[in-house]
Ligand binder design. Structure first.
Ligand code: ATP
Ligand code: LTN
Length: 335
């Protein structure tokens, strides 16, 4: 990104539906930090999206606080970037309703996440789950984001956001910035430690399949040691034939910055036991500062709520400007 140009805008959100995993961290959060250093960024806890799946009220509140604290612990609010909670900015719901009316049933029916989640939560296939990507489009379009850093699983939702924006602009002129997904090269897909053909997911019922960002060092090393690999006993990157080892190499590379070739050389004469131990230790070191900062922030609820309130005010100002413009274009009466 060229220094002479005005800074590009970035927005991304994460749902407070459990403690983030290493997948969320490398696929999303770490890229957020890097992009926040170069761009004008806004990051949010997507608590409106989270109720598409039933949440226990007490637990939900705790998870929103925890996720927000984590974003602060990662330093995402540095350089004047905004870190806020989606439900504190009502414009998200307002614009989502409007955009619902500019989105076709047919195009939404193609969303693979909807199909997957309706199977997973067959007893609660609610309309919110169906229109989930429209709320996501509202999040993005309110802040005129140029780039949206996400993991590869969200690409389809970004495509529909672009379609909605282009359609609206086609009718009313240039209202929305058409955003582009930003999918990091490394870490775009961290897979499950127990079934490396599936993505690592914080809602997996098998806790050995993921590493949570708050797991204790000994738990991290233990989970790494029980990661599924293969019988070749050779550290070599081959996603198709060696998905388990390739996943561990990706994680190690994300932690240390080493290339796959360097990793292959480092472990050329070593077995999987040594390799897994080293990957575990690298993850522990990567997460240590985040965990320490998180522990400090979580002790101070008053501070967290103050930061939430300040940021909600700034976010609202930006969101309100976009919403007003949209409503004016449609023909609503301004008072
Ligand atoms: P759930 O398990 O509840 O479906 P999730 O772990 O997929 O949730 P989300 O809140 O849906 O997490 O995703 C937050 C961000 O993390 C998104 O940008 C998503 O693309 C990214 N992400 C999630 N899982 C992975 C993964 N295994 N590898 C890389 N990125 C991921
Ligand atoms: N759907 C996303 C979370 C999300 C999001 C957004 C990501 C909600 N709104 C806007 C990017 C931009 C998810 O589940 N990962």
């Amino acid at each position: 990104m060229d220094n002479q140009q005005p800074k590009k805008k970035v927005l991304s959100c994460i749902q407070p539906t459990g403690t983030p995993t290493l997948g969320n961290y490398f696929g999303a959060l770490k890229n957020w930090k890097l992009m926040g250093e170069e761009c004008d960024a806004a990051f949010a806890v997507a608590d409106l999206h989270a109720i598409t799946v039933r949440q226990d009220p007490k637990e939900f509140k705790k998870q929103i606080m925890q996720m927000y604290a984590l974003l602060l612990a990662l330093g995402l609010d540095e350089q004047n970037n905004i870190v806020f909670v989606q439900s504190h900015v009502p414009e998200h719901s307002q614009l989502a309703w409007i955009l619902n009316c500019y989105t076709q049933f047919g195009e939404m029916s193609r969303m693979t996440q909807f199909k997957d989640k309706s199977i997973k939560h067959a007893d609660n296939v609610n309309v919110g789950l169906f229109s989930y990507p429209v709320l996501m489009a509202a999040d993005i379009l309110l802040y005129k984001a140029d780039y949206v850093p996400v993991g590869v699983d969200q690409k389809q939702h970004l495509e529909i956001t672009r379609d909605i924006a282009e359609r609206f602009n086609g009718i009313y002129g240039n209202v929305f910035t058409v955003p582009e997904p930003y999918i990091g090269k490394k870490g775009a897909k961290i897979t499950s430690l127990q079934d490396p053909t599936k993505k690592m997911s914080k809602s997996d019922t098998n806790t050995k399949s993921f590493i949570s960002i708050l797991d204790k060092p000994e738990t991290i090393v233990k989970k790494m040691k029980s990661a599924v690999t293969d019988s070749e006993a050779c550290v070599r990157f081959d996603e198709e034939n060696k998905p388990g080892v390739s996943n561990l190499m990706t994680i190690y590379s994300c932690c240390t910055g080493a290339s796959f070739e360097e990793i292959e050389n480092e472990f050329a004469s070593k077995g999987y036991g040594d390799f897994k131990q080293k990957v575990g230790e690298a993850v522990v070191e990567e997460l240590r500062p985040v965990q320490q900062e998180m522990e400090r922030i979580m002790k101070d609820e008053k501070y967290i709520k103050e930061r939430m309130a300040q940021n909600a005010e700034i976010a609202s100002r930006i969101a309100h400007r976009t919403l007003e413009k949209v409503m004016k274009k449609i023909g609503y009466v301004q008072i």
